[in-house]
Design a binder for this molecule. Structure first.
Ligand code: G4P
Length: 530
């Protein structure tokens, strides 16, 4: 029989766990669906889209959650391709955009940044990019919608560098654009890939390959009118472009770039294949006991998301655990490090679309959903033997703030308890004003949906009707140094508050005011996350 370590090593090496970061409408649903079709994980084109449409069609998000039981919408999709096991962590966008979207990136080993060729770098992509940057994970860029007339690819490269501060290295170059988008020239393979036959829902397109340097006669001939533009651009890239340096890619300093059209399925397979070659397998994760090797250490993982069931009859929760090392076996007992208590890995599910599969075994890079009777918090570590805790998941700057209006006096205790527990769980961030105690707390959220969920849970779990008054603030920065609330020089647009741990935080209507605050208060050092 195979030694467990050999089995784990093999499983780790073939795993690729990533998230797609994009702005709404760039084509994430379409691309995800095409990737799943390659892996045979969905049988029908339209399955992922139908799920998205169902979410949009319903005006009452909570109703939908109730019908479904615990939401599987923002979960994990997986498929096999060419010997690889691919895990796509969904990053909820649109109305579902929340702090969970950021936290999911902490569980990913790499990211695919999807850009609409006509729109370039958009705000949500920028925010998600910053989180990937902070973690230093590799970022791959897919420029989508090449079947429409978009921006010049060289302009897009310049924009990515200017706006995001990351250099890009095109792995392929588009041949034609809009309705003359015919293919891509693959730079490392020195091969022209020509596509035909694609349309929405296409599982595979016809792909013709012509080998040779871009200026070789047969390649040039096959490119038709686009030939000279492609050859010029490739020459320019050879001379002045960044070299493909795998070290810089791994460190998230250089992004390999691909062109294609998710809708017509042009360029998706060539992207997937190069991505799988280049993207990292799960590596060591840092912890209180140093880096944790995924293969040689026993089972360990951490909770990056907790999803509560909105159905009052089933008040269970699912804790999403990213496995970091060893082998997960259902039914085994491990240690919940924060409380020191044993936890049985029962009721584990792998979440895939609408279906739930019971998981018997899982490996580093995989995500399992554990039934949570209310013991888990975001960032909690689970370990089989060692005494270690993974580095915590930071709190990210809220973009929406509200003040809680004081509830009926007799419900004050329940209000405080509920807010404190739900904030601990990571549902929203809870702030107070220095000296004001727990009266009229301020809540912060990355997405307004978090407030909706909070109100619902306060009502059903704590029998408290929350009244929330919007505040004009849009950004928070944690003061690492130099903030003494007593002598801080305020402006109207900033306010000093404390987070749950008593750390001073400046909240403001915009970044400009925070920059002014730094100028006016020497010694003040602000951080984007806590
Ligand atoms: P999202 O998840 O990032 O929000 O984007 P989604 O895939 O839902 O795509 C948004 C719209 O862009 C959809 O059009 C989709 O068909 C279109 N789209 C996605 N990829 C491509 C592409 O490569 N080329 C072109 N031309 N369009 C693309 P829609 O009209 O909103 O929906 P539908 O009627 O097409 O379903």
């Amino acid at each position: 029989m195979e030694a467990p370590e050999t089995e784990i090593r093999r499983e780790v090496e073939r795993r690729r766990t990533f998230a797609i970061i994009s702005h709404p409408d760039a084509g994430k649903t379409t691309l995800t669906e095409k990737l799943l079709l390659f892996g045979g994980a969905v049988r029908e084109a339209g399955a992922v889209r139908a799920q998205k449409a169902a979410r949009h069609a319903t005006s009452d998000w909570l109703e939908l959650e109730k019908q479904r039981g615990i939401s599987v919408s923002s979960s994990v999709m997986h498929f096999e391709h060419d010997g690889y096991r691919v895990n796509i962590l969904d990053t909820p966008g649109h109305r579902d955009f929340s702090e969970d979207t950021y936290r999911t990136l902490v569980a990913a080993d790499s990211a695919v940044m999807l850009i609409d060729a006509a729109k370039g770098v958009e705000p949500q992509t920028r925010k998600l990019f910053q989180v990937c940057r902070m973690r230093g994970i590799p970022i791959f860029t897919f420029v989508n919608k090449m079947d429409r007339y978009g921006r010049d690819p060289l302009d897009l490269m310049a924009e990515i560098e200017d706006v995001l501060g990351i250099e890009s290295v095109p792995m392929n170059w588009p041949v034609g654009a809009g309705n003359t988008f015919r293919g891509v020239y693959d730079r490392p393979g020195r091969q022209l890939l020509l596509f035909s036959g694609g349309e929405h829902g296409t599982q595979r397109v016809e792909q013709r390959e012509i080998s040779g340097p871009a200026d070789a006669a047969p390649v040039r001939e096959a490119m038709g009118e686009a030939a000279s533009g492609v050859i010029d651009a490739l020459e320019l890239l050879e001379g002045a472009g960044a070299a493909l340096d795998p070290e810089r890619v791994r460190a998230g300093e250089l992004t390999p770039m691909f062109f294609g059209s998710a809708l017509t399925n042009f360029g998706v397979l060539p992207f997937l294949e190069r991505f799988l070659e280049m993207a990292p397998a799960p590596g060591p994760r840092s912890s209180s006991a140093g880096p944790v090797d995924p293969v040689t250490r026993a089972f360990s993982g951490f909770v990056f998301k907790i999803q509560a069931n909105m159905d009052p009859d089933h008040r269970d929760r699912v804790a999403f655990v990213r496995i970091c090392s060893g082998r997960f076996e259902r039914g085994e007992t491990v240690r919940h490090v924060r409380t020191g208590k044993p936890v049985r890995l029962a009721y584990s599910t792998l979440l895939m679309g609408q279906e739930r599969e019971e998981v018997e075994r899982a490996y580093p890079g995989d995500v399992v959903g554990l039934f949570d009777p209310g013991i888990f918090r975001i960032g909690d570590s689970l370990v089989a033997d060692a005494d270690l805790e993974f580095d915590g998941i930071p709190s990210f700057s809220p973009e929406h703030f509200v003040r809680v209006r004081v509830a009926a006096v007799e419900r004050r205790k329940a209000l405080e308890k509920g807010l404190s527990q739900l904030a601990q769980e990571g549902a929203v961030q809870l702030f107070s004003e220095p000296g004001a105690g727990t009266a009229a707390p301020i809540l912060g959220a990355v997405g307004p949906l978090q407030f909706e969920v909070l109100c619902h849970r306060m009502r059903s779990e704590y029998k408290v009707e929350l009244k929330l008054d919007p505040l004009p603030y849009k950004v928070a920065r944690w003061a690492r140094a130099g903030l003494d609330p007593a002598i801080f020089r305020h402006s109207d647009a900033t306010r000093v508050v404390e987070d749950r741990e008593g750390r001073p935080v400046l909240i403001s209507e915009n970044l400009w005011n925070l920059e002014r605050a730094v100028e006016r208060n020497p010694g003040l050092e602000l951080a984007e996350t806590a």
